[in-house]
Write a protein that binds this ligand. Structure first.
Ligand code: NDP
Ligand code: KPL
Length: 347
């Protein structure tokens, strides 16, 4: 590959968030982007993306520099290591493949060159990677974008791309190195001038704050089938479910040393204008018959809060309902076997 001075970036998961990240990185001119696609590979490789973006405008047939239908195996293909691997798949630890095995062809476990950027919701998502790839700098991307893939390769981004980037702490790597990688990524992501991408010192604060929304509104909307506007209109939705759930997250965060302040609850309830009727990503996944990210969005903060002694009755119920929804999807996809139906008939 010719040396263009650009960073060589692999985006794994070119869906709602990954497609906009890839477009944004290419537009900035400081990165050459390869995107790994799965269900939308045929659509995008043949006709490109169709994108309607509140930040970037309208694109018909846009393609990143390279598209792949599998994570490139850099050893077998004798490719130079990527500078950044950006992971924008859903993060679903209860469904294979694991994130560590997904990234490994492009990011061998002994890697020291490539920086991994996780633009994904949830808590503790870095932990399995710090185990499997102990010398890889791992960067957190907390995204506040609103984006959806409505058909394969068709992306509608209707809320601005705001991204907080910071280093997850890896005891094997000097913090200066990790934070310089994070700052460099902010530079290449911000170069197009269309997004609001900022370096953040306090990754844990960013993640717990976002969980006030994602651990509560995502499952409640996914379970009820209602978007965030309709949840506010439906009697009992906010006072009976959303507010108590959010208070439990705020209390759990405080026990973990992250002080969010009570006012974050009211702020998150109203953060989406009611009339945009926003469907959080977990509701979008249930509607598509996809698996849901309930373990990282809900299970991890629930486990941390309970271990710290916080009563979390609302989140506990939401968690168990989500677990049964996940089982329903597993059954629909033939991943679980159930005893055959018994016909009681005549005795
Ligand atoms: N959408 C949003 O507005 C926001 C989302 N987020 C977070 O961003 C992350 C990404 O979400 P989002 O973009 O919405 O998700 P999408 O489902 O739209 O996109 C994920 C993409 O990753 C692909 N993918 C999943 N697993 C693999 C695999 N093993 N190999 C190759 N490709 C794979 C999916 O393919 P396939 O279609 O085959 O499953 C899909 O194209 C999540 O953690 C989400 O919580 C954060 C803020 C806002
Ligand atoms: C609510 C939203 C769109 C905020 O960025 C999100 O994080 C999600 O849908 O999971």
């Amino acid at each position: 590959m010719a040396d263009t001075g650009k960073k060589n970036v692999l985006v794994i998961g070119g869906g709602a968030v990954g497609a906009i990240a890839a477009l944004n990185l290419e537009i900035g001119g400081l990165a050459t982007v390869t995107v790994v696609l799965r269900s939308n590979f045929k659509a995008v490789s043949e006709a490109g993306y169709s994108i309607e973006s509140c930040d970037h405008g309208t694109f018909q047939g846009w393609k990143p520099s390279h598209v792949r239908n599998k994570v490139p195996d850099i050893t077998r293909e004798t490719l130079p290591p990527y500078d950044y691997v950006v992971l924008t798949t859903k993060n679903i630890p209860d469904i294979p493949p694991t994130i560590s095995s997904l990234i490994s062809p492009a990011l061998p476990t002994e890697n020291t060159h490539t920086t991994l950027v996780l633009i994904q919701n949830g808590l503790n998502i870095e932990k399995p990677i710090l185990q499997s790839h102990p010398h890889t700098p791992v960067i957190s991307g907390v995204s506040l974008i609103g984006s959806a893939e409505t058909d394969p390769g068709t992306i509608i981004q209707d809320d601005k791309d705001r991204l907080f980037i910071g280093a997850f702490r890896n005891p094997h790597i000097p913090f200066d190195l990790e934070s310089s990688k994070a700052r460099e990524f902010v530079k290449i992501y911000s170069a197009g001038g269309k997004t609001d991408c900022a370096y953040s010192e306090n990754v844990l604060y960013d993640r717990w704050r976002k969980l006030v929304y994602n651990a509560c509104l995502n499952p409640i909307c996914a379970i009820t089938g209602l978007d965030t506007g309709r949840i506010r209109l439906a009697g009992g939705g906010i006072e009976g479910l959303v507010r108590p759930a959010m208070k439990e997250i705020v209390e759990a965060a405080a026990k973990k040393g992250v002080l969010l302040g009570e006012e974050v609850v009211g702020f998150m309830i109203e953060v989406d204008p009611l009339e945009i009727y926003l469907a959080p990503s977990m509701l979008a996944d249930v509607r598509k018959g996809n698996f849901i990210e309930f373990e990282n969005l809900l299970g991890e903060p629930l486990r941390e809060g309970k271990a710290a002694g916080v009563p979390m009755p609302t989140l506990e119920v939401l968690y168990n309902i989500c677990k049964t929804i996940q089982w329903r999807t597993k059954e629909a996809r033939g991943l679980v076997e159930i005893p055959p139906k018994r016909n009681l008939g005549t005795q």
